[in-house]
Design a protein around this ligand. Structure first.
Ligand SMILES: Cc1ncc(C[n+]2csc(CCOP(=O)(O)OP(=O)(O)O)c2C)c(N)n1
Ligand SMILES: O=C1C[C@@H](O)[C@H](O)[C@@H](O)C1=O
Ligand SMILES: [Mg+2]
Length: 637
């Protein structure tokens, strides 16, 4: 029995997690940094006992909401460019069900994370156990099955020895850049505590190689021919470009050949906004500069992009009649999109090999790139200086609210602050290497347009799932990943209300996060969406039963948790609050009351949404007719 180690399933799990290493670009380091937990009867006596006995190098944090701590784990991995993870252990039933939205977030964004929900008894002796759902058609279906469609890998461990093959599959998936995503290993709560004589080899140090897949000659030559025969190519910088750390070679190619860069949400801050050829965000929430360049382009070079509807303006952002596509992506599935010429390989490795093949090539953009950048810069400055007027105010989002309603908001929230003015004040005041985090509502759109990151990998926006609640939890994960930098969570009042539980975790473990709360008393972007498509304002403002605007003292809420708080409704107040917040050791929250309809909108983009085909409202009929007209112009698939 020398080569066998007798351990419980959970003890074996913790021992195994300690032995997983990753090898990237000549460096080797542990892949699993730690474990977030919320203990219940489904995991406390198994995984809880194992961690208490010997966590090894794993850092252990108690979360406050399963979704929240999972979001923190996802943000950690995203900020670490998918090279390190946290595992997340939950109890059974509701505890694991709470993982579902987070698993979707990880899957949509291709972020590796290990979920370890407890499961019902394998023996079935005490069934139905507390929190077990029962089905007449099957005893094998448990709550954890809801995690299958939102996991890249899913397994249920009902015998201790299954753990070995299950974990090996999970780690293979999480460490493959082409299919990285959430791995969910559900472990029956009785099995967590059951012992087995594990083969000692299972616990030997294991290195997972994150090698850069090189392009084949055919792919390289084809890509070079396409680029050299194009007159006005644009490079779409997607998340894959950031994860592959392709910044330098992208700058080199863009500079040498005069190719403009346009960015997706996940790709933004791969290259700083100050780079002259960087025209910023593309698509529905893009800049005028990027959207104009994209329309003019005859070759779209998509680097590590999934081409979501927001990036492609629902497939109207490009001239699909004439433009060609070249996709460089580690994922074959992504590379196939938009009938592109496919290079299924690592972004950095491919671009580096393309450099010598493009010698002598120059686009025909001439001064257009700098002209577009200048035009956008002027517009951005205007957006940063919007001031409210009590009379004839012309908000960015037009023709929804009357002046009377806008004045009502100004009175109720006691503010005249515009969201865009607040955002640019923040951009100018916080230190340039700070990390910024957001996810849902109107803020990601505004940020993609007008936030100028001046340092690489500092713009952390989850817009694959756009999951409300990621903003605050995500900031905690980013702080764990990048402890020496300030991190700012940009969050709307709606998202803050949905979930901010990990603020308490941040305070508890003294991991400083700064929350910038934009309170417009409503689900502002959804109000824009409904009113922009012919509906009225229907259940998207926060109003009382007698139609009064809700005015919530969020600062007081955060103060109650122990955060240092500020209230800032003017540029001066905001600057002062930001400066003071920098000096704090503890987490902070700055509450800003901002006026609705003062977020950005427009800039030659379109979003295909489900407008009613029949309606009694003329406005809805008109919106539907407009949609049909745009739909005709869009690429069909
Ligand atoms: C978990 C989740 N539920 C619902 C939505 C749909 N949704 C997107 S934005 C939004 C409202 C956001 O309101 P707020 O955070 O106040 O931001 P604002 O648009 O007002 O700036 C809603 C309900 C979502 N993205 N995520
Ligand atoms: O439905 C949505 C609309 C978007 O504007 C918003 O950013 C996003 O969070 C969402 O879910
Ligand atoms: Mg709001």
């Amino acid at each position: 029995m020398e080569n066998k180690i007798r351990l419980t399933t959970a003890q074996a799990l913790v021992k195994f997690l300690n032995q997983q290493y990753i090898y990237v670009d000549g460096k080797e380091f542990p892949f699993v940094e730690g474990v977030f937990n919320i203990f219940g009867h489904g995991n406390v006596l198994g995984i809880g006992q194992a961690l208490e006995q010997d966590p090894g190098h794993l850092k252990v944090f108690q979360g406050k909401n399963e979704q929240g701590m999972a979001h923190a784990a996802i943000a950690y991995s995203k900020q670490k460019l998918r090279q390190k993870i946290y595992a997340v252990t939950t109890s059974v039933g509701p505890g694991s069900a709470n993982l579902a939205a987070a698993a979707g977030t990880a899957l949509a964004n291709n972020i590796p994370v290990l979920f370890l929900p407890g499961d019902t008894f394998a023996s079935r002796q005490p069934d139905p156990v507390l929190q077990q759902v029962e089905h007449e058609h099957s005893a094998a279906v448990t709550t954890n099955d809801v995690l299958q469609p939102v996991s890249r890998y899913w397994d249920r461990v009902t015998r201790p020895e299954q753990l070995m093959s299950s974990l090996l599959r999970a780690f293979e998936v999480m460490t493959d850049p082409a299919k990285a995503g959430p791995a969910t290993v559900c472990i029956s709560q009785d099995v967590e505590g059951e012992a087995f004589d594990y083969d000692a080899k299972f616990f030997e140090k294991r290195v997972h190689y994150l090698d850069r897949k090189a392009p084949v000659e055919r792919e390289l030559n084809g890509a070079a021919v396409l680029i050299k025969s194009s007159k006005k190519p644009v490079i779409v910088v997607g998340g894959g470009a950031n994860y592959s750390e392709a910044r330098e070679v992208l700058i080199e190619i863009s500079e040498k050949h005069h190719i403009p860069l346009v960015e997706t949400q996940a790709g933004k801050s791969t290259i700083e906004s100050t780079f002259p050829n960087n025209l910023g965000g593309l698509g529905v929430t893009g800049t005028l500069a990027a959207n104009k360049a994209a329309k003019e382009s005859d070759l779209i070079i998509g680097i590590g992009t999934r081409y979501t509807d927001f990036a492609t303006s629902s497939k109207t952002a490009f001239d699909f009649e004439t433009a060609k596509f070249l996709n460089i992506n580690v994922s074959r599935m992504q590379a196939y999109k938009l009938d592109a010429f496919q290079v299924v390989a690592d972004a950095k490795a491919t671009l580096e090999q393309l450099v010598p093949l493009l010698e002598g090539y120059l686009t025909e953009f001439g001064n257009t790139i700098s002209d577009l950048k200048e035009e956008w810069s002027a517009e951005r400055n205007r957006l940063g200086n919007v001031s409210f007027k009590r009379d004839q105010f012309d908000p960015e989002v037009k023709d929804h609210f009357t002046q009377e309603i806008l004045n009502e908001y100004a009175d109720a929230l006691n503010t005249e602050f515009a969201q865009t003015t607040a955002l640019l004040t923040i951009n100018d005041t916080i230190s340039p290497n700070s990390n910024v985090v957001t996810s849902a509502g109107s803020l990601p759109g505004d940020m993609q347009r007008i936030w100028n990151p001046t340092a690489t990998n500092t713009y952390h926006v989850e817009y694959g799932y756009s999951c409300m609640g990621y903003e605050v939890s995500g900031a905690l994960g980013v702080k764990l990943a990048d402890p020496d930098k300030e991190v700012y969570s940009f969050v709307g009042d709606g998202s803050f209300l949905m979930m901010h539980s990990e603020l308490i975790t941040a305070l508890q473990y003294n991991k400083k996060i700064n929350i910038l709360l934009f309170d417009n008393s409503g689900f502002g972007c959804i109000n824009n969406l409904q009113m922009g498509h012919g509906s009225g304002s229907y259940f998207t403002e926060f109003r009382t039963h007698d139609n009064q605007i809700l005015n919530i003292d969020y600062a007081k809420v955060a103060e109650g948790y122990g955060a240092k708080v500020y209230r800032a409704n003017t540029v001066e107040e905001l600057k002062a609050a930001l400066e003071d917040a920098k000096k704090q050791e503890t987490s902070t929250l700055i509450e800003m009351k901002v006026l609705p309809k003062t977020m950005t909108e427009g800039y030659e983009s379109w979003w295909n949404v489900g407008v009613a085909e029949v309606s009694e409202s003329e406005k809805v009929q008109k919106a539907y007719a407009e949609k049909v007209e745009m739909r005709e112009k869009a690429k069909q698939y």
